[in-house]
Design a protein around this ligand. Structure first.
Ligand code: COA
Ligand code: AMP
Length: 636
């Protein structure tokens, strides 16, 4: 099949407003827009200004009204607990209406924030949609974050309510959420007045009288009294959610997603990019705490009238490396979207694909990978095992959907290993040098997107407009700075090579080494530290710390290392995967005092490196190489 990609991209480029107003016809609006793009709105323009709409209506009510009432909307499959449950569109709507009425009865109204701190259970999806229904702004916090990280988000979002659970379940252990929640509320200065707790049988928790309420009890009562809450029309430009993501400091950035543009972009993407038809079963194996979960477990498949799998488990060990294949066969999944690290985990355990041979995967059409660089080995292994196209695509929490991909619905383009293919309609992607000049085809530079960003991308940061401008818009005026470096080849294929900031990508999770350094610097015995990301065969990257210990400290260094590891786990959370810190005499720096993290990383990864011209003392790099070798790491 020839691809319509070039024709579609050119249509967008020549008439962008017509392109997006055509796409917007797929959405039900309460009131149509005055302007497709209001160039004077917000920071760089606002999409569909003047329109009113409701995201929950478009995800649920609309499909129930048009005959999808009995079609599965969500299939919850939890190999970690053994639970399975299917919610049809009609049943999901009933649950959402009931919870929305509970939220309203508890005083939540349009514009109020609600934090959702839940594991991968149906109540997470129901809570997001119930907020959307009444115009409340949800902020989902990933379960692998510690109390202090949750407290930071509570302070920034100042939620009236938190919806949480008694526990989450990781392989071999039950994670009690309630003590983390209580600690976070204690640490936070902005206290929510109410919490609603899903009691899971694996660990029932105590409820604080007057503040904590039992989810099942409240929702059960609402269902038995047939309590319903109608959809509240909101402005297309009103926030649907805030999702915090790592920035270059310890303070996470609150990415705002609007209602109207978000629906238009996600609905368009489901067929054009992923090739999914309404009624088909789609699976994004991520977590609702990440952007992939927001966009492709919850909103996009439901806007599209598809069925979405909600998977509570891991690619290996729950119970084995055949879990993914069992789910694909059992639920007739036509396309899977996950992070490359999940496939590396499966490949490590079952390199020959013996588990896979036990299942019938004939219904699977495509595998999509994103969240981190997809290494050619993993892509080729997946292609060989699954015998379907394996599609890498590149995006960020900030954009909410694909910047560069290989659009299956428009017709697949040839795959080039190492490239997520081409810019999607909506994105005018350029490569600039540090002075902001366009650079030659094939040369490495800063990847930027010409403003305005398309519908669905962040219009601003929550409570931090100046930070939004500083972080994304100031360095290259007229462009959005992605903080990724890469190049475009002669066929227009994009290559994503590295981050230009301190963000690392561990098992597809975005983490800030700066935030880890801030925590480590808080240890009494640490004078100075640096954290870098080093290559890891399973997780892509792993953080590695270097510690300069205060003069006069005579303690066992191994003890200090253990405490530092524990501190990061306690303050940021297990998801940081911070396991190793090497005590060193001193850190390599420039003459102006900047730590040479990039050079240290190249040494650790055995990459070619050049002696930085501005280095203060070149001998320190030899010392670092020595320490790395001593610790059994590459370092050569
Ligand atoms: N709640 C509490 N703890 C959590 C958690 C959660 N929701 N998710 C992860 N953790 C913990 C893990 O148990 C682990 O703890 P440990 O240090 O005690 O072992 C730690 O956080 C690090 O987690 P992770 O980096 O995910 O490692 P893992 O060994 O548990 O799993 C993979 C590795 C590759 C199997 C897993 O990361 C994976 O499936 N990733 C691909 C899919 C994905 O999530 N993509 C994200 C965005 S698309
Ligand atoms: P997140 O905001 O967590 O989605 O992380 C976004 C970052 O992950 C990007 O800025 C990239 O650095 C990286 N990333 C995401 N997808 C890809 C990909 N397909 N190839 C390379 N890097 C990617």
């Amino acid at each position: 099949m020839t691809s319509n990609y070039h024709e579609t991209y050119n249509q967008w480029k020549s008439e962008p407003l017509r392109f997006w107003s055509d796409a917007a016809k797929q959405i039900s609006w309460d009131k149509p827009w005055d302007k497709v793009l209001d160039e004077d709105g917000s920071v760089y323009g606002e999409w569909f200004s003047g329109a009113t709409c409701n995201t929950c209506y478009n995800c649920l009510d609309r499909h129930v009204e048009s005959g999808r009432k009995d079609q599965p909307a969500i299939i919850y499959d939890s190999p970690i607990t053994g639970a399975k449950r299917t919610y049809t569109y009609g049943q999901l709507l009933q649950e959402v209406e009931a919870l929305a009425s509970v939220l309203t009865a508890k005083g939540i109204t349009k514009g109020d924030r609600v934090i959702i701190y839940l594991p991968m259970i149906p109540q997470a999806v129901i809570s997001m949609l119930a907020c959307a229904r009444i115009g409340a702004v949800h902020s989902v916090v990933f379960g692998g974050f510690a109390a202090a990280e949750l407290a930071t988000r509570i302070n920034d979002a100042s939620p009236k309510m938190i919806i949480s659970a008694s526990c989450g379940i990781e392989p071999g252990r039950v994670i009690k959420y309630k003590p983390l929640l209580d600690q976070a509320i204690e640490l936070a200065t902005a206290k929510p007045s109410t919490t609603i707790i899903v009691q899971r049988q694996q660990s029932i928790c105590d409820l604080v009288e007057g503040r904590d309420f039992d989810y099942d009890q409240l929702v059960g009562e609402a269902i038995s009294t047939n309590a319903k809450q109608p959809c509240v029309p909101v402005k297309a430009t009103d926030p649907l959610y805030i999702l915090y993501t790592s920035g270059t400091t310890g303070e996470p950035k609150g990415i705002i997603r609007d209602n109207g543009g978000h629906m238009v972009a996600l609905k368009w993407s489901m067929h054009a990019i992923y090739g999914i038809n309404p009624g088909e079963v789609w699976w994004a194996a991520s977590d609702v705490g990440w952007v992939v979960g927001h966009s492709y477990i919850v909103y996009a498949p439901l806007l599209h009238g598809a069925t979405s799998i909600l998977f509570e488990g891991k690619p290996v060990g729950t119970p084995d490396a055949g879990t993914f294949w069992r789910i694909i066969e059992e639920h007739n999944v036509v396309a899977l979207f996950t992070a490359p690290t999940a496939f590396r985990a499966i490949k490590q355990v079952d390199p020959k694909g013996e588990m896979l041979a036990k299942y019938n995967l004939s219904g699977l059409r495509t595998l999509f990978l994103a969240g981190e660089r997809a290494d050619p080995d993993t892509i080729q292994w997946a292609e060989k095992q699954l015998k379907v196209p394996v599609i890498d695509h590149w995006w960020q929490t900030e954009t909410g959907w694909t910047i560069a991909g290989n659009p299956i619905g428009l017709g697949q383009l040839p795959v080039k290993y190492g490239s997520p293919t081409v810019a999607m309609p909506g994105y005018d992607v350029r490569i600039l040098d540090d002075e902001g000049h366009r650079i030659a085809t094939g040369d490495l530079g800063n990847i930027v997107v010409k403003l305005p960003l398309p519908p669905g991308c962040l219009p601003n940061l929550w409570n931090a407009e100046q930070r939004f401008r500083d972080a994304y818009l100031t360095e290259f005026p007229g462009y959005y700075q992605t903080s990724d470096a890469g190049y475009i080849d002669e066929d227009g294929y994009l290559y994503i090579m590295a981050r230009t900031d301190d963000i690392i990508n561990v098992a597809g999770h975005r983490l800030s080494t700066g935030a880890m350094e801030e925590v480590i610097a808080g240890h009494n015995d640490v004078a100075e530290c640096a954290v870098i990301g080093v290559n890891d065969a399973l997780k892509g990257q792993m953080p590695l710390g270097f510690l300069v210990i205060n003069a006069g400290v005579n303690r066992e260094l191994g003890e200090i290392e253990k405490e530092v590891v524990q501190l990061v786990r306690q303050k940021i959370g297990p998801v940081a995967a911070f396991k190793k810190a090497i005590p060193v005499k001193r850190l390599p720096k420039t003459r102006s005092g900047k730590i040479l993290r990039a050079t240290m990383q190249k040494i650790a990864d055995c990459e070619d490196w050049k002696m930085p011209a501005t280095i203060d003392d070149p001998d320190i790099l030899d010392e670092i190489t020595g320490y790395l070798k001593e610790h059994g790491m590459a370092g050569g």
